[in-house]
Design a protein around this ligand. Structure first.
Ligand SMILES: [Zn+2]
Length: 407
């Protein structure tokens, strides 16, 4: 799939370079010299986008996507660095994450699944009594022994199911270091999948230490047949939608990458159940944990936005708002005294928070255009992996690829 319009081809490369700069400046907003250069280049590129007349449907999508990435990222920068920013935090958030997302976050807070939280936490506590510290030498030895087997199991399954081509090249890098903040990660430039000691969970079963397969299989599926495959299916596409560290690092694309990875990670449950005979109870517990984690992320994102709103609007009282919405006094106190992040701190988590949300929006749109269940069919299953788009253009882009595949 190529860009036809010559000016757009040039813009595609220029804008990809600019994204690097945009991300660096976003992290260093105090540098007023950087601000000057940023604004000049941004205005230049934006006016270029307005002068191009696309030559094909694909060209139009690319152009629309460039505009979306530029304007959303610029709006976020403005929210933080412009004292005259006048859009309310609610409207601002709807612009950068989609119409109705603020209302969605409000509703999520009102409907937090307390009963399910309670039951899952009880079940997890009981399991935690049997946890074995992953930092022991025994644990590291188990990983050294098991990792090649895990790799073989996953590759065999994914090749058999048609997810991975036989010759897909990548490398596992196991880092025997324990850091709760270090999560498994896919490095597009080197095709290395980093795994840390804390990505592995161990339990004691009848006096023996055993590795819990659920979490580690899920993590590897997320990285490999989520991000890794997404990169593979994007590699021939124009650079502004190519899955790379640059494109992933701007905010509007993050939720698209993470949505795909989260959905693909669910494939691991089938392998765990069918081939490894993991007990249903253990899988259910993990699936519930994912659900609650997701609600919790929305809650944390919403709290950070309320804190930011307090900074912008002196009269706004976030704790009162939490109490009004939830009638939950301790929660409002937690928000007031214990929660201390603003949106600047949670911004990097936009991808994980809205991944499933934006994936679902895309799926609904594509099904509306092409019929229910279309993306579950083998020939269309990888249409959502073609290109790393802004969430705003993603539904149209996938619909376009489905249409092309039908030809
Ligand atoms: Zn991820």
């Amino acid at each position: 799939m190529e860009i036809i319009n010559k000016d757009l081809q040039k813009l595609d490369e220029k804008v990809t370079e600019f994204y690097k700069f945009m991300v660096r400046y976003s992290k260093d907003l105090t540098n007023l010299y950087g601000k000057e250069i940023y604004e000049k280049q941004f205005n230049n590129l934006l006016s270029l986008t307005n002068r191009i007349n696309p030559d094909s449907e694909f060209d139009s999508l690319i152009l629309k996507n460039i505009k979306s990435n530029l304007t959303i990222t610029d709006l976020i920068i403005n929210y933080f660095n412009n004292p005259k920013f006048r859009i309310s935090t609610e409207k601002f958030f709807d612009k950068i994450a989609g119409d109705g997302t603020w209302a969605f976050l409000e509703q999520n807070l009102k409907d937090l699944p307390w009963k399910a939280y309670w039951e899952t936490s009880e079940a997890t506590e009981n399991k935690n009594l049997l946890r074995v510290d992953a930092r022991s030498k025994e644990s590291v030895d188990i990983i050294d022994r098991e990792l090649p087997i895990i790799k073989k199991n996953i590759i065999n399954y994914c090749v058999e199911e048609g997810f991975l081509p036989k010759d897909f090249k990548f490398k596992f890098l196991f880092i025997p270091h324990f850091d709760e903040n270090a999560s498994a990660s896919w490095r597009p430039a080197t095709k290395i999948l980093n795994l840390y000691l804390n990505n592995f969970t161990f339990y004691n079963k009848d006096g023996k230490t055993i590795l819990d397969p659920v979490y580690i299989y899920n993590s590897i599926f997320h990285e490999l047949i989520g991000h890794g495959l997404h990169q593979m299916f994007s590699s021939e596409l124009p650079s502004s939608i190519n899955f790379s560290e640059i494109i992933y690092s701007i905010t509007p694309t993050k939720s698209v990458a993470e949505g795909i990875a989260e959905i693909r990670a669910e494939e691991s449950f089938k392998l765990l159940e069918k081939k490894l005979k993991v007990e249903k109870g253990d899988l259910e517990l993990y699936k519930n944990l994912i659900k609650f984690h997701s609600c919790n992320r929305y809650e944390q994102m919403f709290f950070s936005l309320l804190k930011s709103k307090e900074l912008k609007e002196r009269k706004f009282d976030g704790a009162k708002e939490v109490l009004k919405l939830t009638k939950n006094y301790p929660l409002s106190q937690y928000y007031k005294y214990a929660y201390n992040k603003t949106f600047f701190g949670t911004l990097c988590d936009m991808g994980h928070t809205f991944g499933r949300f934006h994936y679902q929006k895309m799926k609904d749109f594509v099904e509306q255009q092409h019929g229910k269940g279309i993306l579950d069919q083998k020939e269309f299953r990888n249409a959502p992996l073609r290109g790393l788009w802004s969430w705003e253009v993603y539904p149209e882009a996938v619909s376009y690829f489905v249409k092309e595949l039908k030809k």
